[in-house]
Design a binder for this molecule. Structure first.
Ligand SMILES: Nc1nc(C(F)(F)F)ncc1COP(=O)(O)OP(=O)(O)O
Ligand SMILES: [Mg+2]
Length: 219
């Protein structure tokens, strides 16, 4: 995937695991894909997260849906699972396996890294990250150990410094505030609740895609 294709793929980045919805995850993803999400991350985390074979079976099912619709399938944290499934990429944070070690394990698959400071961003880029997840942009209830809410300041700062790596904002984002994130310089937005807890995941995805497309990325 070229960097330009990756920027487009980051426009509406849906993240979900079974704990994030009362509906069957496969059904929610099917609707989200129909609504226009551009990339999906399997993030099975939290008290009620599936483990072992149940987790692998769900991952395979979600991956098959993504493959059927040409949507990149990314695995959060679990590099072993990503390699076993031949996923399209992985996402790691500052507390996960080091970026350079993960890069060595996954070859040229997509590698996303969460960063919260300029220094973390520079290091991640130097170690081979393909895109950065910046946040939490707004308050979030989804991630129990989320860092301090930072608004769009870090997105703007990285663009002011001339860093052109693909960026996705995350944390408390929905169709009503997604435009602001892209206008600040992000290539797209990442959501969990805005789609997984929506009455209509299809419409939620459509509204997010429209909000993102209505903005031209600055910086
Ligand atoms: N999972 C994520 N995906 C993104 C993405 F860029 F893809 F939107 N950005 C940030 C995170 C958060 O990653 P991390 O800090 O490791 O926490 P957790 O493993 O609990 O998700
Ligand atoms: Mg992580």
């Amino acid at each position: 995937m070229t960097q330009g294709e990756l920027r487009k793929a980051l426009q509406v980045y849906f993240i979900m695991g079974s704990p994030n919805t009362e509906q069957p995850a496969l059904q929610v993803l099917e609707e989200a894909i129909a609504g226009g999400i551009t990339i999906f991350q399997f993030r099975e985390k939290g008290r009620h997260a599936l483990k072992g074979e149940a987790k692998r079976a769900l991952a395979r099912g979600l991956q098959q849906l993504c493959r059927a619709h040409g949507i990149p399938f990314i695995v959060n944290d679990d590099i072993d699972l990503a390699v076993a499934l031949d996923a399209d990429g992985v996402h790691i944070g500052q507390e996960d396996e080091p970026v350079d070690q993960v890069r060595a394990r996954i070859g040229n698959k997509l590698l996303g890294v969460s960063v919260h400071t300029v220094e973390e961003a520079k290091l991640a880029v130097a170690q081979g990250a393909d895109y950065l997840g910046l946040g939490p942009v707004f308050p979030t209830g989804t991630k129990e150990d989320a860092k301090e809410v930072q608004g769009v300041s870090l997105i703007q700062k990285l663009r002011e410094l001339g860093m052109d790596i693909p960026i996705v904002g995350i944390g408390g984002i929905h169709a009503g505030n997604a435009g602001e994130v892209v206008a600040a310089g992000a290539d797209g937005v990442s959501v969990i609740t805005a789609i997984s807890q929506a009455g209509s995941p299809l419409k939620a995805a459509q509204d997010l895609l429209e909000a993102v497309n209505s903005q031209v990325r600055k910086g």
